[in-house]
Ligand binder design. Structure first.
Ligand code: G6P
Length: 608
């Protein structure tokens, strides 16, 4: 996920581009760049680091005169954050400049062909392919060249393009990545999102898939892929500027919850080829996978909770013993590792100090380390032997939602890959797992659309003092995360218990009206869970159950039931977490808490 902007008009472009990018930093912030055309040359400035660095380098845009330009703030996908990999990218004679948001999935194939034709690449990005392809197809007609390139690219893209031969035109196109065009008196702007243009206009055109726009200083022309001109109507935006940065959502946390279907799809789709799980970045042959003696999953916070689910799934599917450890414990407990141990470090930020120390400790002790990381080029990503990225995009809210969901998916994929290599599941079972996995994004979407029911329920519990989450097996793992979501943002004390353990002490805390959230998605454990629910209910608890559709008998043991769609028992967490996230969120909103920035917490914890 990255942010792009472009401007053509009567004013100086660079300050407008920098200002627009500042509103898009939530989409990525590991490097930034702008290209401005002064009528003679397309000048380029780009740099690793926050946008601030680019502002300093260009004296807030003053050193880059010109009234046509494009800009980019990057969230690295292909190639680490660096000056060379920052956008814009240009063709060989610097006559075409491109900014891109999205992923060109077939870029390696295209890159190879371009290299065979003599093109030289200056970066590791997929985007540079676009600049060279445009160079190859351009014969004086930019629109025709862009459409030819669109036919060659697979994947997602929003592109802003400047041609030196056309000083009066800015081009943009999109497929599966957002792009809007703002029309103002004396100039036009493109951007990935509305906040970047609100200062200049509230009338915007939302580009649809495979539409191209040719923008002049005083006019806009939209085309389809057949080069036919099409008519579009602008939409008037009346959000306030603050709300706009959150895409109209009240909080980043809500926005990020709603981004889960896409983030999950992005994490799954590059790794399923036909009926096979392909994780190229794993760096392990099937024989090496068969040699694994033990897996140790090490992480902190929600990433640790994802790891607890991972234990059930990896052991169940691939039949490999798995230990899960908190990084802060692991690093000081003299862990027993050898060269047959695979250590998996899970981290959204890739910078958590304890997780990083655990990684170094594991490597020193001879274990192979795989990182499951969201932030490209982060310390854990760099230092792990191999890294499997979750494609959640930047997460702003301190309480993780979409990154956690993608960590679960990465673990399922890993378990499936290991199971296939070790022959612990049949082909038929694997086919069913693949089908279930592909259904998750739509099922999550459906659950999100049911948010009103959860909001209504949450509003009844704003005054709660203690809440208990109980579950068995995979449902225990989800209870841990559900409980953390609630307490970290609403400041209501809550605890997660393995349901069978509650009676060994904690049940003494249950009194009239205590809310107990019971998660029961595991068919073979239903009956046991129902007994545990009855145990707390007879002591006065109010029981909210989260269970699978059709499991109506739960209504007998619960006061309120939320149903989630059916999937296999391993993947159930990905669905059950959605109502629990929404529950925590709406309680915090109802109590007036600072949802995105809870007290005392930080998104990336770089101290021990
Ligand atoms: C902090 C965050 C949590 C996160 C944990 C681990 O405590 O508030 O949301 O789960 O760190 O972070 P990581 O970046 O390693 O996943």
């Amino acid at each position: 996920m990255c942010g792009i902007v472009g401007y053509i008009g009567e004013k100086q472009a660079a300050p407008i581009l920098l200002d627009g990018l500042s509103k898009l930093e939530y989409r990525g912030y590991d490097s930034a760049g702008i290209a401005v055309y002064d009528g003679e040359q397309i000048h380029l400035t780009k740099s690793k680091g926050r946008l601030k660095v680019l502002g300093e380098l260009t004296h807030d845009g003053e050193t880059m005169p010109g009234t046509l330009g494009i800009g980019h703030t990057r969230w690295a996908t292909h190639g680490e954050p660096s000056d060379a990999n920052a956008h814009p990218h240009m063709n060989r004679d610097k006559s075409i400049a491109v900014v891109h948001n999205g992923i060109i999935e077939n870029y390696l194939k295209l890159k190879k062909r371009l290299i065979d034709k003599g093109y030289e690449f200056m970066s590791d990005t997929d985007t540079e392919v676009v600049a060279h392809l445009l160079d190859r197809y351009y014969d004086g007609n930019p629109l025709a060249a862009i459409i030819k390139v669109m036919h060659r690219m697979e994947g997602s893209y929003a592109l802003g393009i400047v041609f030196k031969d056309h000083p009066d035109q800015l081009f943009a196109v999109r497929k599966d990545s957002p792009l809007i065009v703002g029309h103002t008196q004396g100039g036009n702007i493109i951007a990935s999102d509305v906040p970047a243009v609100l200062k200049y206009t509230r009338d915007v055109y939302f580009m649809e898939n495979e539409e191209v726009v040719c923008i002049r200083r005083d006019s806009l022309e939209f085309y389809n892929v057949d080069e036919e001109q099409i008519e579009k109507e602008p939409v008037h935006i009346d959000w306030d500027v603050d709300a706009a940065e959150k895409g109209g959502y009240e909080h980043f946390m809500l926005k990020e919850m709603y981004e889960q279907p896409k983030a999950i799809t992005d994490t799954i789709s590059p790794r399923i080829k036909g009926r096979d799980i392909v994780i190229e970045e794993l760096g392990m042959t099937d024989e090496e996978i068969r040699q694994i003696g033990k897996i140790m999953i090490v992480a902190c916070g929600s990433a640790y909770h994802a790891g607890v689910t991972g234990k059930y799934v990896l052991e169940g599917m691939a039949k490999i013993p798995v230990e899960v450890d908190l990084a802060s414990e692991f690093r000081y407990r003299d862990p027993l590792l050898d060269e047959k141990t695979l250590v998996i470090i899970i981290s959204q930020s890739g910078e958590t100090a304890d997780s990083l120390a655990a990684l170094r400790e594991s490597k020193e002790r001879g274990a192979k380390v795989l990182g499951i990381v969201n932030v490209i080029g982060s310390s854990i990503a760099r230092e792990a032997d191999n890294v499997m990225y979750t494609w959640a995009g930047p997460e702003i809210a301190v309480a993780t939602t979409k990154a956690y969901s993608c960590q679960l998916i990465a673990l399922y994929l890993l378990a499936m890959k290991f199971a296939a290599a070790r022959g612990t599941v049949t082909e038929k079972e694997m086919d069913a797992y693949i089908d279930d996995l592909k259904r998750i994004p739509d099922q999550v979407e459906m659950l999100l659309n049911n948010k009103n029911r959860i909001q209504k329920f949450a509003n009844r519990y704003l005054a709660a003092i203690d809440v208990f989450f109980i579950g068995r097996g995979v449902d225990y793992a989800i209870s841990l995360e559900g409980s953390l979501k609630l307490k970290e943002i609403s400041y209501i004390h809550s605890e997660a218990y393995a349901a069978g353990e509650l009676k060994h002490g904690t049940i003494s805390l249950i009194e009239d009206g205590t809310l107990v959230v019971a998660v029961l998605t595991q068919e073979k454990l239903y009956k046991k869970m129902l007994s545990n629910m009855v145990e707390v209910r007879t002591r006065g608890a109010f029981v909210l159950a989260v269970t699978n559709e059709g499991n109506d008998e739960v209504e007998r043991a619960a006061d309120y039931v939320i149903y989630v769609p059916r999937t296999n028992s391993y993947f159930a967490n990905s669905l059950a977490i959605v109502p629990l996230q929404l529950f925590g969120y709406y309680i915090a909103v109802g109590k007036g808490c600072d949802v995105d920035k809870p007290r005392n917490l930080a998104k990336s914890v770089t101290v021990e």
